[in-house]
Design a protein around this ligand. Structure first.
Ligand code: BGC
Length: 764
């Protein structure tokens, strides 16, 4: 049985009553197998792979009829929805996100779209794809290791391709402006540089498979409450120095074939009909050559959307009307949407398909190396885990422990994952059947990778499990054990915001157990930050995030010391919601059509740690925080601004007794008050580098800093400027703990849109 996403019922009713009969024929009328005809280039020169994508696109565009162009901009949902008499197109893949008709005459391949950022996801239904899941995107960001992000992207892209998909809806990069956001686990944290580096690496990995990746959700789609109706309010300058900077840098570094516009409105306009976001910022200012696809149900018009820059309508059944079908044809015919606009939409889609190899390397179903992929997922997970507390070096687990109580979160059978459209269903089935909501964004999926079994395989201690539903019973067990490992979780899911709390009674459970035994290790399986009212009562806290397919094994390897934890927080853990720019989430989840404003001008570009710095707030754990089983030190910090380039050199040393990976973080700060030169906050992350070092080993690094991170955006001139003056460059353990600082003088500089020093006559 197919269930409706929360926000969709009214659209569904509309569709069933008014639209479906006329569209049924549309869906079922084609049967194309473009790939079978690839290679016949005599009368179809665009199929010649040695020509460049621009030339191929132009050749093909000229050969297309108006109807053929229109088909390319119109997307289907590729999941059966019996409740509205909707059948996925015969050539679409089951329980997947989308399908766009191919063209046998011209050799245009069918487009098959799959979610999302951690692997080949499935829409809710009876027969999901069983695929490898990476840890959550937030977890991957916590590795601070773009190479791992690339490897993960490459792996999930490979599974997408070998499942038959050629577009992967990965690339979530909205900055976490609100850590309660239900999709926090799908994004890469709160900093534009870290997010861009990690998401760009993932996109490059996905696209290395001759498939397209999206980047999403463009833009200011930062909370789930009223996500289809709210308007994010933000000024141009603050926007370009925060969320848009993350998108911009990631797009520059990875050239994703498509950008997905979000559900929300920004400054009053739906994202998918915002001429400012799509035509001005993305396509003109950044020179983006790919195409804009709408989120599923995020298209609200034909003429405004097309003219504002939307290139492809996705999953049309989710819209109130099939805006890019007959209505678009008519709008072009009568000139409300210029012919040049339809040609541009077509050009952009075809260009992305040519540039990413969709015409030349058909995605086909084939065997997947799940064993190898599980290892990639495990490596990502174990490098993402953040050790927040480790009193008296209780971790790694020592050999002398005789008995361990393992409590809670179904840790005897599996690990948690985040819910919604990005949900990957595991090989081996659900570890906990019937968990969570029966409708979207459910179910709550636990992957069958048991932390308990993995721990048991690494210790001679006797292990007793307690499910943690009865605090007193769990405390009795704790009292009788040498050591306690409590697994605590927070399930986040698309379409519902969280509240910074562990689910259910787990805070109380941990407090009760902590009264019975001092040796408590808390392992968190969390989608984002949680409050820890029990923090001073426990000995250790390990943030395991949603650790993916092999999460149980990854957790055990970190607890046992086989792997030294090296993750660092990609976002601030607040002490309470009252520290956030908006202590209460705007809007009302029970009134889905409420049109509220969410005022992001409160913090402007000061997102996350920048807000905490600016307001002088002390978080529970700062951005960048993370302990290790070894110690690192830094020396020889040297920064130099010369030849219009800022370079930073330093040495990092492992001064402890264990091998391990450490993350060096570089922060930049104007020596005078930031407000005098228009900075949003006292400091910004300027660069980072992860090293793998043996005890006693040192490594030297040299980083070149993106000059936009020293600059302020000028909305009127559409460029960046660096104020002349002194700047502090610090090497730090986290956003609050700098180790060495040096000072440099920087002359006044104007940078173009891409952050390059501007020369005479340089417009962009
Ligand atoms: C989500 C997108 C997703 C799409 C297709 C939407 O609900 O917001 O991220 O790609 O569905 O499943």
């Amino acid at each position: 049985m197919i269930h409706i996403k929360r926000y969709r019922p009214f659209l569904t009713r509309l569709l069933t009553r008014h639209l479906w009969p006329s569209l049924a024929g549309l869906t079922l009328s084609f049967s194309v197998s473009a790939q079978t005809q690839l290679g016949q280039t005599a009368d179809r020169p665009w199929l010649e792979p040695t020509l460049n994508p621009d030339t191929r696109t132009q050749l093909l565009l000229k050969a297309m009829t108006q109807d053929e162009k229109l088909k390319l901009v119109f997307g289907y949902f590729s999941t059966d929805a019996s409740w509205k008499n909707y059948q996925r197109p015969a050539e679409g893949l089951k329980q997947s996100a989308g399908y766009i008709e191919g063209n046998a005459r011209l050799g245009i391949p069918v487009i098959r779209q799959t979610d999302a950022g951690v692997g080949v996801a499935s829409q809710i239904g009876p027969d999901p794809w069983l695929r490898t899941a990476l840890p959550s995107n937030l977890a991957t960001a916590a590795t601070w290791d773009p190479e791992l992000a690339f490897a993960g992207g490459q792996m999930i892209g490979n599974e997408a391709r070998l499942t038959g998909f050629n577009v992967m809806l990965a690339g979530g990069i909205n900055l976490v402006r609100d850590p309660r956001g239900g999709r926090t686990f799908e994004y890469a944290g709160e900093d534009p540089l870290l997010s861009a580096m990690m998401v760009a690496a993932q996109i490059r990995g996905v696209q290395s498979n001759h498939i397209i990746s999206t980047i999403k959700h463009f833009a200011f789609n930062n909370q789930e409450t009223n996500r289809n109706t709210l308007s994010s309010k933000i000024g141009d300058t603050a926007a370009r120095m925060s969320d848009l900077l993350a998108f911009q840098m990631a797009i520059e570094q990875s050239e994703p074939g498509s950008v997905m516009c979000g559900y929300n409105r920004t400054n009053g306009f739906y994202d998918c009909e915002s001429a400012w976001l799509l035509n001005e910022v993305l396509k003109t200012d950044w020179g983006y050559k790919g195409f804009v696809m709408s989120d599923w149900g995020a298209t609200h018009s034909t003429i405004p959307a097309a003219n504002a820059g939307l290139d492809q309508d996705s999953g049309f059944p989710f819209d109130a009307s099939p805006y890019f079908a007959d209505a678009l044809k008519e709008a072009v015919a009568n000139g409300h949407v210029p012919q040049s606009r339809l040609d541009d939409m077509t050009t952009r889609i075809l260009h992305a398909m040519f540039a990413n190899g969709l015409f030349d390397h058909a995605a086909k179903k084939a065997d997947i190396d799940f064993k190898d992929h599980a290892l990639i997922s495990r490596t990502d997970a174990e490098n993402s885990m953040v050790l927040l507390k480790n009193n008296q070096k209780i971790l790694p687990l020592t050999k002398d422990i005789k008995s361990i109580a393992i409590i809670g979160s179904h840790s005897d059978v599996g690990v948690l994952s985040g819910g919604g459209s990005s949900q990957v269903y595991p090989i081996g089935g659900l570890a906990v059947p019937n968990a969570g909501p029966k409708v979207f964004p459910g179910p709550t999926v636990f992957f069958p990778s048991s932390p308990l079994q993995a721990i048991a395989g690494r210790t001679s201690a006797a292990i007793i499990y307690d499910e943690g539903t009865d605090s007193k019973k769990a405390a009795n067990l704790a009292a009788k054990s040498d050591l306690v490992i409590v697994f605590a979780h927070q399930w986040l899911a698309e379409s519902i915001d969280g509240n910074l709390k562990l689910d259910g009674h787990q805070d109380e459970l941990i407090k009760t157990i902590a009264k019975a035994n001092k040796k408590i290790i808390v392992v968190l399986e969390n989608g984002g930050p949680v409050l820890m009212p029990w923090l001073d009562k426990v000995a250790a806290v390990l943030v395991a995030w949603y650790p993916g397919t092999n999460g149980g094994e990854a957790i055990a390897r970190v607890l046992s010391g086989e792997v030294n934890p090296s993750g660092h927080l990609p976002l601030t853990f607040p002490q309470s919601a009252s520290q956030l720019p908006r202590p209460h989430i705007d809007g009302d989840i029970n009134q889905p059509s409420l049109r509220v404003d969410v005022d992001y001008n409160i913090e402007g570009a000061a997102v996350g740690y920048k807000w905490f710095d600016r307001q002088g707030l002390k978080p529970l754990f700062p951005f960048g925080y993370g302990l290790s089983y070894t110690d690192f030190n830094y020396s020889d910090l040297h920064a130099e601004f010369s030849k219009e380039q800022l370079s930073v050199q330093f040495t990092m040393s492992n001064t402890g007794t264990e091998s391990g990976m450490g993350v060096a973080q570089i922060y930049l700060a104007p020596a005078e008050a930031q407000t005098a030169i228009g900075w949003e906050a006292p400091k910004r992350l300027g660069g980072f580098k992860k090293f793998d070092l043996k005890p006693g080993q040192s490594a030297a690094a040299s980083l070149v800093i993106d000059l936009r991170l020293l600059a302020v955006y000028n909305s009127a001139q559409k460029n960046w400027s660096i104020a002349a003056g002194d700047y502090n460059v610090s090497i730090a353990r986290d956003a609050q703990t700098s180790v060495i600082t040096c000072r440099i003088h920087v002359p006044a500089q104007t940078l173009n849109m891409r952050g390059e020093p501007q020369t005479f006559g340089d417009q962009k």
